[in-house]
Design a protein around this ligand. Structure first.
Ligand SMILES: Nc1ncnc2c1ncn2[C@@H]1O[C@H](COP(=O)(O)OP(=O)(O)OP(=O)(O)O)[C@@H](O)[C@H]1O
Length: 248
């Protein structure tokens, strides 16, 4: 299959831990600009797949390409982040003692140290970028509040904003709505759909109501490989998916 037009291309990927195959001949292709939801039971390999994409874990076999031409197995985690893959882990890790805006400024600065990042004169482009991100993450009204005072859901949104500040081409988002209220969950689906207009996105999530709201193609993993793929209606009607995941 051709890699051109893909943002992510995994083919025949396997990785074992102490003889246990956590990822088993996995193939998954994401088109440029696509948002994909990944579902599957505990231990299906979702986190390990993200670890392989971000360079945290090296596959034993298979091809892993980013943006059609970049062989990710030849790069380390820091390189891969610089090349435009941003990852959001399940637990938010915002700087609680800084304001919402300063969290974004710090993320924008990347490796620059905190003092110069917060006190250097901000360019017009930087200010506009921050305003744009604040609007996307629904936190314009909270920009001067300490991150510590945000709700759990708002901290998740802020962290998504911190990823956006680094201008990634591909965002990997791990269980964004775990612990959120129903209203926050619905808003998060809208927020990610906004982001997906200009980015490629992979979302791992167990909340099927949320996955339905996303309205995107779904891949169900099981035992380190693709069990079923297609619309949520197609995947959730698949007897194998019902047996190992949805029916339990
Ligand atoms: N570093 C490791 N050493 C040994 N086994 C591991 C390691 N990382 C993952 N595994 C195993 O690989 C399998 C896949 O785990 P993984 O965390 O990728 O699943 P998951 O789909 O993300 O599950 P969950 O929904 O619970 O997060 C599991 O059986 C896990 O125990």
């Amino acid at each position: 299959m051709s890699k051109s037009g893909t943002i992510l291309y995994l083919d025949g990927v396997s990785v074992s831990f102490d003889g246990f195959r956590a990822i088993n001949n996995l193939s998954l292709v994401l088109d440029r600009g696509e948002m994909r939801a990944i579902i599957g039971p505990n231990g299906a390999g979702k986190t390990t797949m993200m670890d392989i994409i971000t360079g945290k874990t090296r596959p034993d076999a298979g091809e892993v390409y980013f943006d059609g031409t970049i062989d990710l197995t030849k790069h380390d985690e820091a390189d891969i982040a610089m090349m435009g893959i941003g990852r959001k882990f399940q637990k938010p890790t915002v700087f609680e003692s800084h304001t919402v805006e300063d969290n974004l400024v710090l993320a924008l600065a990347g490796p620059r140290s905190i003092f110069p990042a917060l006190f250097h004169r901000r360019s017009k482009a930087e200010s506009e970028h921050i305003d744009e991100i604040l609007a996307t993450i629904r936190l314009e009204a909270r920009r001067n509040d300490l991150a510590a005072n945000l709700s759990h859901g708002q901290k998740q949104w802020l962290e998504i904003g911190m990823l956006l500040a680094q201008d990634p081409k591909l965002l990997l988002v791990d269980e964004p709505v775990a612990g959120m209220t129903d209203a926050e969950t619905e808003e998060t689906a809208r927020l990610l759909k906004d982001i997906a207009k200009t980015h490629s996105v992979v979302v791992v999530e167990h909340d099927m109501h949320f996955v339905r709201e996303l309205g995107v193609k779904v891949t169900c993993l099981h035992e380190g490989a693709v069990l079923s793929e297609g619309t949520l209606d197609h995947v959730s009607a698949d007897d194998r998916v019902i047996e190992v995941y949805l029916g339990r």
